[in-house]
Design a protein around this ligand. Structure first.
Ligand SMILES: [Zn+2]
Length: 415
C-alpha cells in the first residue's frame, strides 16, 4: 500500500511538473495572447457601438416617420363632423340576430336611401339571416357601403360563398368596401373572404382599407356624407398601421352622426385599441355604442366609456354561451362589462340568449340552444329623437331573467 502511495505521489509530482512546464510555456507566449484578447475585445466593442448607433438611428428615423404620419392623421380626424340639421331622412341601426347560437356581428344601417352593412355574421349561413332581414329595407339590391371590421370568422363568415350558398358580396352589388388594414389571419374563412371580396372588386366595387380612409389616400375618404345632416367617419386608431398580437385590435372603427347625435361602432376593438382611439380622436358623447367585443371583459373600458358616455348600448352576442369560456362571469355580456357600463345607462340591449347544460361526458358546460333576448335591435334617429325598437320586446338587460339568474346587479342598476 505504502509503495503504491509512493508511486502515486511520484506520478502526481510528475503531473504537477508537466502542468508547471506547460504553464511556463504559455507564460512565454503570454504577451501575444493578451494582445490578441485585447484586440478581439476592442473589435467587439467597436462593432457594438456601431450597431448601437445604427439601430438607434434607424429607430429614430422610423419614429420620426411615424410621428409625421400620426400627426397628419391626427390633424385630419381629431374633430368629428357636426351637422346643424337632421335633414328630412332617418338614420337607423339594426343589430341583427344571426340565426344560430354562435356569437357574431352584423349591423345593417339605413341612412336615408343609403344602405350600409358592417360585418356579416358568425357562420356562412348568417348570409341567409342577413338577407332575409335587410331585403325589407334594401330594395334595390345595392349596398352603398360594406365594412368588414376584422378577419375573425364571427364577423366575416357571411361574406364568403359556398357551392350551395352565396355570401353577402355575391347577393348584393357593393359600392365601397372598407376593411381592416392589417391581419394576422391565415384561416380558410379569411382566404375565402378575400376571394369573395376581390371578386366583388373585379365586378366594380371600390376597395379601401381603414388606413386608406383615415389618411385619405388612394381615393378613400375619411368621412362619407350619407345625406343631409348625416355622415360616416372612419376613425383612426394605431392598429391600422401597427401590428398587434390580438386580431381584434385591427377592428375598423366607425362614427356616424346625424345632426348633433353620434353613434359609435368599434368592432371587437380591445383595450389597447380603445386607448388609441381615445388618444387620437376628439370623441363626442354618443347616443349609441355597440358594446366592444360582444360585451367582453377585455373591451368597453373606462378610458373609452368615460369619454363617450353612451346612452344606449347594444350587445351582439349569444348571452351566457360557453363558446369561448367556461368562466360564467366572462361569458358575453361579461360581469365586468356590465359593471363598467352601468354608471352611464340602463339602456343595454342584447340580441340573443343561449342555453347551456353541464355535460358529464365532456366534463364541462356545453351550448345546447338559443333564443331571442331582444332579438333584432333597431335604434332609430328621426329628426333628433332617438328610439329603440326590438323584435322580441324592449326589456332592458337588467330586467331579463337571464340577468337575474346569471349576473350580480351593479349599484347603479339598483332596482
Ligand atoms: Zn367578434
Amino acid at each position: 500500500m505504502a509503495e503504491k502511495r509512493d508511486s502515486k505521489k511520484k506520478s502526481a509530482n510528475k503531473a504537477e511538473k508537466a502542468v508547471v512546464k506547460a504553464a511556463k510555456r504559455t507564460a512565454k507566449k503570454h504577451p501575444g495572447v493578451v494582445v490578441a484578447i485585447i484586440v478581439i475585445v476592442l473589435v467587439l466593442i467597436a462593432v457594438g457601438v456601431v450597431l448601437y448607433l445604427k439601430v438607434d438611428k434607424v429607430h429614430d428615423a422610423v419614429n420620426s416617420l411615424f410621428a409625421q404620419n400620426k400627426a397628419e392623421v391626427q390633424n385630419t380626424v381629431s374633430a368629428p363632423p357636426k351637422a346643424n340639421t337632421y335633414g328630412d331622412k332617418d338614420l337607423s341601426f339594426h343589430f341583427l340576430e344571426l340565426g344560430n347560437n354562435y356569437t357574431g356581428d352584423s349591423t345593417y344601417i339605413k341612412a336615408g336611401d343609403v344602405d350600409i352593412l358592417i360585418d356579416a355574421g358568425s357562420r356562412q349561413d348568417s348570409a341567409d339571416a342577413i338577407g332575409n332581414y335587410i331585403d325589407t329595407y334594401c330594395t334595390d339590391g345595392k349596398l352603398e357601403y360594406v365594412i368588414a371590421t376584422h378577419a375573425h370568422q364571427d364577423h366575416i363568415a357571411g361574406f364568403t360563398n359556398t357551392k350551395s350558398r352565396a355570401g353577402v358580396f355575391k347577393r348584393y352589388e357593393c359600392g365601397v368596401i372598407i376593411d381592416f388594414a392589417l391581419t394576422n389571419a391565415t384561416s380558410a374563412v379569411y382566404t375565402n373572404y378575400v376571394a369573395a371580396r376581390d371578386e366583388e372588386v373585379a365586378a366594380g366595387a371600390k376597395h379601401y382599407t381603414a388606413m386608406d380612409c383615415a389618411a385619405e389616400r388612394n381615393g378613400a375618404q375619411k368621412t362619407y356624407v350619407l345625406g343631409e345632416g348625416m355622415s360616416m367617419t372612419i376613425l383612426y386608431q394605431r392598429f391600422y398601421e401597427e401590428t398587434s398580437g390580438d386580431e381584434n385590435n385591427y377592428s375598423v372603427c366607425v362614427l356616424f352622426n346625424h345632426g348633433d347625435n353620434y353613434y359609435l361602432l368599434t368592432g371587437d376593438l380591445e383595450k389597447e385599441g380603445e386607448a388609441s382611439l381615445v388618444e387620437n380622436n376628439a370623441l363626442p358623447e354618443v347616443k349609441l355604442f355597440k358594446a366592444g367585443h360582444h360585451g367582453s371583459y377585455t373591451a368597453s373600458t373606462d378610458a373609452l366609456l368615460s369619454v363617450i358616455k353612451p346612452q344606449i348600448v347594444c350587445v351582439c352576442c349569444c348571452a351566457g354561451a360557453v363558446e369561448y369560456t367556461q368562466n360564467a362571469e366572462n361569458t358575453f355580456p361579461s360581469q365586468a362589462f356590465i359593471d363598467r357600463v352601468a354608471p352611464y345607462t340602463t339602456q343595454v340591449y342584447v340580441t340573443t340568449v343561449g342555453s347551456v347544460e353541464y355535460s358529464t361526458e365532456k366534463g364541462k358546460y356545453v351550448d345546447v340552444g338559443f333564443a331571442s333576448m331582444n332579438g333584432n335591435i333597431t335604434v332609430l334617429s328621426s329628426n333628433g329623437a332617438v328610439t329603440v325598437t326590438c323584435s322580441n320586446g324592449n326589456t332592458l338587460l337588467k330586467d331579463t331573467e337571464w340577468f337575474q339568474n346569471n349576473r350580480t346587479r351593479p349599484p347603479a342598476w339598483a332596482s
